[in-house]
Design a protein around this ligand. Structure first.
Ligand SMILES: C[S@@+](CC[C@H](N)C(=O)[O-])C[C@H]1O[C@@H](n2cnc3c(N)ncnc32)[C@H](O)[C@@H]1O
Length: 279
């Protein structure tokens, strides 16, 4: 893997130059091309399980990232908490664990049993007093938020001075899996190649699920600007962008379509992780 990673890193400047030199395709592709490409890029088995044991394991792994941010019992808030299994592991350590989600349909009974509190609200309206929370964190959610800017403002407001925010999200809007349609269609960068109307016609004719989650179209640069703007109040303790370079052959082949993206980095940066401390 290390060798492959090294080779792909060496290829990146060349693919970037191709991106910069290529003109955007005047038209999206049609339904016939979608049918052909869907056969070439079949749906892959999910790498993210919602089985009860997987939820508990993932909850413990994620809780282990944020638990060291406090040294005594504190208040933890998770944005986009869904089943609540990360907060379950946190509540079991004696902390006040509060789940925020715009939907509350998928709460795990183990979370209720552990004492996790659930609040159904939009992340731009956190109903906590100013400077009342020790840790706000979020996994796999910032790419879905309609307003990451207003959400980050709320996080900064509710955090105590010295409190921490940990944000971890992947599958940003312009990346190969950014459309979050991979359970129905395996074609990478699908929304750069086809209009939503064409995709809808395809999934309807094939009888595939079309309940795709909302994804914002924020390219990675916009997140960078947002986090930079907050640096006077939110000190950046750690920040990592992870690029997925495995689709270089696909990008080379369909560069005129990939060129619809706002930037080359917006195609490549698949995951963002940031830890911030309120000053
Ligand atoms: C992809 S799921 C991730 C859930 C969980 N954190 C995980 O990693 O499995 C995104 C979650 O964000 C929630 N969400 C989306 N938009 C939201 C908003 N505006 N305010 C609060 N939660 C939101 C969704 O309801 C969903 O539970």
């Amino acid at each position: 893997m290390r060798v492959i990673d090294w080779i792909l890193r060496l290829q990146e400047p060349g693919v970037r130059r191709l991106y910069e030199r290529t003109r955007v395709a005047p038209e999206y592709m049609g339904l016939d091309e979608l049918r052909v490409l869907a056969r070439e890029f079949p749906v892959l088995p999910p790498d993210y399980s919602y089985e009860p044991s997987a939820l508990a394991r993932r909850g413990e792994e994620r809780a282990a990232i944020v638990l060291p941010l406090v040294s005594s019992p504190g208040v933890f808030v998770e944005i986009g908490a869904r089943d609540g299994m990360v907060l379950t592991a946190i509540a079991e350590q004696g902390h006040l664990a509060i789940a925020v989600d715009i939907e509350v349909g998928v709460i795990d009974p183990r979370a209720r049993a552990a004492g996790v509190r659930f609040i159904q609200t939009d992340a731009t309206r956190l109903c906590f007093p100013d400077e009342s929370v020790d840790v706000v964190y979020s996994f796999a959610t910032f790419e879905h938020l309609p307003d990451p800017d207003a959400t980050f403002a709320e996080i900064a407001r509710v955090l105590k001075k010295g409190g921490h925010a940990y944000i971890d999200f992947a599958g940003l809007g312009w990346t190969h899996r950014g459309a979050h349609m991979y359970k129905s269609v395996g074609i990478p960068f699908i929304t750069a190649l086809f209009t939503r109307e064409t995709i809808d016609r395809y999934v309807t004719e094939q009888g595939l699920p079309n309940d795709f989650p909302h994804v914002n179209d924020w390219p990675v640069e916009r997140f960078r600007v947002l986090f930079d703007r907050y640096s006077p109040t939110m000190e950046r303790r750690f920040y990592r962008e992870t690029k997925d370079r495995f689709r270089f052959p696909f990008l080379r082949r369909f560069m005129a379509h990939a060129r619809r993206s706002p930037s080359f980095d917006s195609l490549l940066v698949d995951q963002v992780q940031g830890l911030f401390r309120k000053r």
